[in-house]
Each structure stands twice: as C-alpha cells, then as structure tokens.
Design a binder for this molecule. Sequence first.
Ligand SMILES: *Cc1c(COP(=O)(O)O)cnc(C)c1O
Length: 395
Amino acid sequence: MPTHKIPLKPIREKFLVFGNPLIEDQEIQEITDSLKSGWIGTGPKVHKFEEMFRQYKGTQYAMALNSCTAALHLSLISIGIHHGDEVIVPAMTFASSANAIIHAGGIPVFVDCHKDTMNMDPVDIKAKINSKTRAIIVVHFAGRPCEMDAITSIAEEHNLKIVEDCAHTIEAQFRGKHTGLFGEIGCFSFYVTKNIITGEGGMAITNNPQYADKIKIMGLHGMSKDAWKRFSDDGYKHYEVVYAGFKYNMMDIQAAIGIHQLPRIDAYHEKREYIWNRYNQAFKDLPVFIPAPIPDYIKHSYHLYTLMIDIDRLKISRDKFLGEMTRHNIGVGVHYIALHLHPYYQETYGYRRGDFPNAEWISDRTLSLPISPKLTQSDIDDVIDTVTHIINNSL
Ligand SMILES: *Cc1c(COP(=O)(O)O)cnc(C)c1O
C-alpha cells in the first residue's frame, strides 16, 4: 500500500455539515415574537405562510402541514386511494414517497429511472399499469422536473391521478409551469436539508376545493373546517368530528421561519446554481459521472448535487469514498439506496436486487455533496479539493 499518498491530516479542520440550513436574524426575531405572543400553535403565521406559498406557486389552495410525508399521505386519501389500490412510485426515492401509499391502504408499485436524470422512466410506468392501478406519485429527483409531457399523457390515457412529490423542487419549473401544478396535488417539504426550511414542515397545494377541504380537515383530527380558530377572539365555537383524522398541522413557530425563508428563495437558488456550476467545472474531466445537462425548458432547483463514482475505473467503492470524505471533515449524503433494496419492501412485496437495474446502478455509485447557500468560497474549495484528492489517490 502506498500509504505516503494518504495524508494523515484532514484537508479541512472543522466538519462541514451536509445540508446545513441558512438561518438569518429575521427568523430568529420572528420565533421570539411567536414565543412572546403566546400563540405558538397553528395561528396567524401559518395562515400567512400558506398565503405566501399559494401566491408563489400560483395555485388556488395551499395547506401547511408538519411534513411532506403528511402531505403525501393526505393527498392519497383525498384522491380516494383505498385498500388494494396500486400506486406507481419510483424505486429511486425517499422511503416516505412509498410509505404514504401503504398508510393510505394502497400498494406501492416501483418503477425504474433513467441513469442520467435519475427521474422515473415513462416507459416503465406504462409497463406497470394494470386494472388495479389508480395513481402515480411523480418524484422530481434532485431538483430536476420529470418528463411531464409523457407522464401526464400516460395518466390521461389510463385515467390515473397524479400526486407530485416536490420535496426536491420547491422552485423548479417544466416548460414554464411550476412543479406541483401538473397533478391533482403537489407536496412540498421544509425539512432542514431542503431548499427552504421550517425545521420540520410541509405544504400541499391544489386547485381542487374538495381536495383542499379534505386535507385541511384530515390534517387536524378530522375536525370540521377552521377548528383551529375555536379559541380566537371571535368567540368560542364548537367543532364537529367528521372523519377519524390525523395530527398533521404546522405550528406558528415553524411558519415563523418559513415566512422569512420564502422571500429569499431566488437568492438561495442563485447561490445553489453557482455552487453547482463550480462543481461541474471541477469534476467534468474526472472519472466520475456529474449530473445530466439541463435542457432550457427546465428550471432546475439544484437541490442535490449528486456525484457518481465510476467504480469500474476507480480503486475505491462508494462507501469507502463516503468514509474518506467524512475523514476529511466534509459531510456527505446518499440519495438514495433504491427502495427495493431495503428489507421491508423485499419482505412485504417480494422485490429483489435485479428488478430495477438503473436504480441499482445509481444506488451503488451516488453520493451527494454539500450545496447549501450557507457555503463560503473556502467551503466550496474544500469540497472540490477533497473530492479531487480522493479520486487522484484511487486511480
Ligand atoms: C425529504 C423528502 C420527503 C419527506 O419530507 P418530510 O418533510 O421530511 O416528510 C419526501 N420525499 C422526498 C423525495 C424527500 O426528499
């Protein structure tokens, strides 16, 4: 072993946290204001954040919830997914895209993705449709909108409903149209690593008043509309329970962060784009796969910068690469190990390695680099130097 090639000292001294959110003074002031006001549950700030998000996306209704997972679950209930209904979802996604189907009583049916864009493959969607198929969960991966022309026409042809998992694509657009507006309902996440954050938090958007009502009611114990106002100065009002609902409401403490993050979304987007281009430039000639080029009819949200290690040309596995990055104090992520490789889905639905070759190819090679707007120039340089160093030591 040529140990002299591996420096004992990490390239970077202080650990760079992956997906570190940028939190500014306004949020801190706003949370303090909420705490002092005593109104910390669902109140006026949640209402304000919903209204701001509704206008930002150009939709009729926006319902703030405590997560994107909650939004997906309520969306599937609202569109009428029942016991035994099949819902198509990519194998290359986060677990909650599929778990939401199971919680609604449905069966997740996985499809493969493209190797380059990592987005679900319309050809495989078509192949998985049968008489039990009711809906498609479209996941816009890493910030890149899916091929919505093809997917919406398949859905129309087979009378399937679309729910969009827009956890990666708050600001993305396809042919000038915002993600979240292509299907019945669009679901968003403000989890700590997402493009704007509320700590935990999510949003469902729709143009359908029935879905909007159902999501509102089901998200708060199944209590009749505007139950959250019952302690307001309008006077006490009785509520009625009309469904066995869930406890999925967002709090004002969370919305206090969101109402200051959302106006900065374009500034954050610009910073992410800058980091993305720096990485592309630095890595384009190395034995790695960089993200697919972005066509001009797409607005990418640059949520994840995924680097794929060319394990056939390098003497290092992806997992060893992750270990080296961490050793040099650079935080990394893996998005994702495909769902059909996890024990639950294998044991419950009989999925096996080999079922989705492209999702597996990505699972074995991918790693996500820090791309938060909080990164400084020297943070970006450290990431580039570390990746380059590890690769040069693995040739
Ligand atoms: C983060 C994420 C979710 C879940 O979001 P939460 O707000 O944490 O529930 C769902 N789908 C995808 C693709 C995600 O990345």
